[in-house]
Design a protein around this ligand. Structure first.
Ligand code: N01
Length: 541
């Protein structure tokens, strides 16, 4: 492996590693590769770094993991010099942080922006990946790392007539780079997941009227966002060693928080309610960590779900609207829980209407309206908060061919198959960062990204030191891992929900729980043990 790109032929550059994507995963991967003296080229379809934070610029977009924890830990200097302004950083600030990291570590010179990787084919004879990009060029690389993100393939719904709508149509995951002004406009928002729930209150403050089209009511917990004080930042900095260690090793989801020591039914009604109330007042994702069995036991889950349902009824003044906003068809937390600022209270505004498209599905979009249940909802602008083809969608867009010309899409036709979420048998020297079969979206993404990047980096060093040309997941190890991922998921309530975790939001997508729910600590230990045993379950040649 070389330190500099070398010309394999006159027209094809060669790199040790091609990385796809310059979000948080791709940026850190590049930084580590540089540190190892490897040559790398990152391809990024956007015009800048930041991945999800580059694309999702919708009003109200912010992270639902607290900013002091949703940040890289790999550089002591970085984590001490950057000042987060709020408990939950808004999208522009996270993007600024990504740009700061790119500048600080001089990453841009190895990133080619505005370029998609279209094809990657493994040349078995030479143990090389041939990579073709949207600029019509081709390069070769020993390794390809997919840092394509779990929620990066925005999904436009198949609604009849959508293309006929005369006004602007925005997808939250592809928001324009210029400010969008909704002043005086009648705006329709389709979708009430995290993106819809964050954007509706902000759009409602500006627009003349907002019509929210809801298919499934969502559980949402108040964020209680606030400015961070110097004292709070100092506390985090002083305690970072323990906070980061805990997030990596002990927390199930990569977030430093108090761990529950009992189940919901171990407390009496009053005590339980007081605990939920305290977490509701505290705000944020830790609501689901009040008890240790909320994801496992229906009766325990019901207590948390009922608490939130009661809150919705308390907040929303119109009983019919409150009833519609009250989720009932799935256990709380089994669709990704939302974190909001004034979402439910927004329905008390005179300029906000809720339309139940479960009862009255959208029939079509006309030039000026959305029609459902025979009613025409006249609109000037439309916001699609309809989510993503999650976890596999961005990988599937690339034509990836492994051994014997098999495509990854063929191999994953019945659902993604990976060993540890890191590699797929038949695709040597191809790594996925936070791939399906790893904790990924069930965790603080940056914790999981850093773990994968470090594991891959160590693996590359091992290969260099041991003169190994290719690494590949073994079929048997992969099958066992896939079975384990499914087994752990089926012991929980998660498979009950029609969620994007299950691929249920994409018509025709196999219904499989894609992330690994065993927790980031145990998962890290498994990955470390595999490496310590000479990369057990991987064939090295
Ligand atoms: O997407 P979603 P999202 N007709 O898939 C509805 C992360 N994230 O962009 O539930 C009508 O959750 C769909 O209805 P249903 C976070 O992990 C994080 O909001 O399928 N409606 C649903 O209401 C999150 O979970 C942050 O019945 C249609 C909505 O659209 C993930 O990204 C912020 C429809 C889609 O919800 C995805 O969130 C934002 C159709 N054809 C996102 N198709 C933070 O960090 C879909 N829907 C805070």
């Amino acid at each position: 492996m070389s330190a500099q790109p070398s010309a394999e032929s006159a027209d094809a550059a060669h790199f040790d590693v091609v990385v796809v994507g310059a979000g948080f995963a791709g940026m850190y991967m590049l930084h580590r590769l540089r540190g190892l003296g490897l040559s790398a080229r990152v391809y990024e379809q956007g015009s800048g770094v930041g991945g999800t934070w580059y694309w999702n610029r919708y009003p109200g977009a912010r992270c639902d993991v607290e900013s002091m924890q949703y940040s890289y830990s790999f550089s002591e200097e970085l984590q001490h010099e950057w000042n987060w302004s709020e408990r939950y950083a808004p999208q522009p600030e996270i993007l600024q942080y990504a740009n700061h990291v790119a500048d600080r570590f001089g990453l841009r010179r190895d990133i080619q922006f505005d370029t998609r990787v279209e094809r990657a084919a493994f040349d078995e004879r030479r143990n090389l990946w041939q990579v073709a990009t949207s600029d019509g060029k081709a390069v070769t690389a020993r390794f390809v790392v997919l840092a394509t993100g779990c929620l990066s393939n925005a999904r436009k719904p198949d609604i009849r007539g959508l293309d006929r709508f005369k006004g602007p149509v925005y997808h939250t995951g592809h928001w324009p780079h210029h400010p969008v002004d909704f002043t005086g406009l009648r705006v329709g928002v389709i979708g009430t997941g995290s993106s819809g729930i964050q954007s509706v209150p902000v759009i409602a403050e500006q627009a003349k009227h907002v019509t929210v089209f809801q298919r499934t009511a969502q559980f949402s917990i108040p964020a209680r966002n606030a400015k961070l004080t110097d004292e709070e930042r100092s506390w985090f900095r002083a305690n970072y060693p323990e906070i980061r260690r805990f997030a990596r090793e002990e927390a199930k989801n990569g977030i430093y928080t108090e761990l529950p020591d009992r189940g919901a039914l171990d407390d009496g009604d009053n005590e339980r309610r007081a605990k939920y109330e305290a977490r509701w007042q505290h705000g944020g994702l830790t609501f689901m960590s009040v008890y240790n069995n909320l994801a496992l036991d229906q009766a325990a889950n019901d207590t948390a779900a009922d608490f939130v349902r009661d809150k919705i009824v308390e907040i929303v003044r119109d009983p019919a609207t409150a009833k519609l906003l009250t989720p009932g068809s799935y256990p709380i937390g089994t669709k990704r829980i939302c974190i909001d600022t004034d979402y439910f209270a927004t329905f008390n505004r005179p300029n906000v209407t809720l339309v139940d498209i479960k009862a009255d599905p959208i029939e079509e979009v006309t030039a000026t309206a959305v029609r459902s249940g025979g009613n025409e909802h006249e609109l000037d602008a439309l916001v699609l908060a309809t989510g993503f083809d999650a976890m596999t969608g961005s990988v599937a867009k690339i034509d990836i061919r492994g051994r014997d010309g098999q495509t990854l899409n063929q191999k994953w036709a019945e659902g993604p198959r990976t060993y540890l979420g890191l590699m797929s048998a038949g695709f040597p020297n191809l790594f996925v960062i936070t791939g399906p079969g790893s904790p990924s979206v069930l965790s603080n993404m940056i914790v999981s990204i850093e773990q994968h990047v470090d594991w891959i980096s160590d693996c590359l060093v091992y290969m260099r030191d041991n003169a190994v040309a290719a690494i590949e997941a073994e079929e048997d190890a992969e099958s066992k891992w896939v079975a384990h991922v499914n087994e752990v998921a089926s012991a929980t309530l998660y498979p009950q929900a029609d969620s994007w975790y299950m691929g249920a939001n994409i018509p025709g997508k196999p219904r499989i729980f894609m992330p690994y729910i065993g927790g980031v600590g145990p998962y890290r230990q498994i990955c470390n043990d595999v490496a310590a045993r000479g990369y057990e379950g991987f064939a090295m040649t």
